[in-house]
Design a protein around this ligand. Sequence first.
Ligand SMILES: NC(=O)c1ccc[n+]([C@@H]2O[C@H](COP(=O)([O-])OP(=O)(O)OC[C@H]3O[C@@H](n4cnc5c(N)ncnc54)[C@H](O)[C@@H]3O)[C@@H](O)[C@H]2O)c1
Length: 358
Amino acid sequence: MMNFEWNTAMSATMVRTCSLKTEQPVWLDEFSDEWEHPFLIIDSEVRRLWDNLLQPVIISASGLYVMEAREVLKNTFTLSQIWDSMSAAGIHRDTPVAVIGGGLVCDIGAMAASTYLRGLRLMIVPTTLLCMVDACLGGKTGVNLASAKNQVGTFNPAEKILIATDFLDTLPDREFRSGIAEIIKTALIGDRSIQGLLERMDIENPDKNSILEIIRKCLEVKGGIAALDLRETGKRMLLNLGHTIGHALESASEFQLSHGEAVGLGLLGEAAIAVSLGGNRKLPGEIRRMLKQAGLPTDLNDLASGEELSLLFKRDKKTRRDGRIWVLPFDWCDCRLTHFTPDQEEKVLPFVLNLLKA
Ligand SMILES: NC(=O)c1ccc[n+]([C@@H]2O[C@H](COP(=O)([O-])OP(=O)(O)OC[C@H]3O[C@@H](n4cnc5c(N)ncnc54)[C@H](O)[C@@H]3O)[C@@H](O)[C@H]2O)c1
């Protein structure tokens, strides 16, 4: 069991765990009292695979929106469809919203909850490893624009997060591995003991207790940082480790790379840059070994050409004439916010590409 409260100056989030394999009422209890009759937003795959479990919640819901988890659908059009569906269901300001799915559906569902009627109470039920260890906590919501990921969004921490690792039983291998990239990221940022837990975990047949322990540690690291800087004006940027390169790779590959796979490569590239500035020389090798052990990609193959990547970085630079802040892992638990001018980025890019094409 892992029940704790995550507090920021503006909000309180209750994080609870729940087994889906015990008597059904245990799960249903989570939808009682102030969480009764929620408006539900559910990942279509989760709906299909967990229909029996979800049925009682769906039957008593105030309304339902089922969404396919595809990045191209995480946009303002889908968001307005969710709003329309909330309006058609006639929900009120006291209707809670429960979002059940991975990071994608949670991002857009939480955004719908934070904007419809100027904000409704929100429960998140993460169903992917990535969402359990990272996306469910911290309050970032968002949708993509054609030009870039997560360009429009809000900060809106859920009031309740319900973690049921049983959902991982149906998660495809590739998605499970994707979550491990975010775990490696979190270990690098703030808790090296997670590295040992990962090394001892049998990836093919993971034990639920060790997964729960890893989730707890990851949420502690993320929660500790995000609580001090909810709106990401400073220290919270550390949580973007791996994402500057990762987001560019994800877009350049036209989402053939999953979010976690791209972040894993981003960790490797950003560690190499840190080495060029005096960081621990062993770190890129250690990250590569952990990615390999998790079955995550460690090179780019043909997913994105050097030209495509250069273009993506250049396009981004136009909107940031002064350059931008990168997060560079100089060592375990020593990640530093580092400002690069556009010219400096230009010099860094070939370095990253060489490493990732190796
Ligand atoms: N808000 C944040 O802090 C934050 C942090 C990290 C990532 N994100 C966002 O999260 C998204 C990625 O999330 P993700 O990695 O969880 O993937 P996802 O939500 O895209 O889901 C991946 C796939 O797994 C399926 N799926 C989900 N749960 C399942 C289950 N239990 N069994 C079988 N299939 C299941 C989905 O239908 C989908 O096909 C990205 O859009 C990213 O931007 C947000």
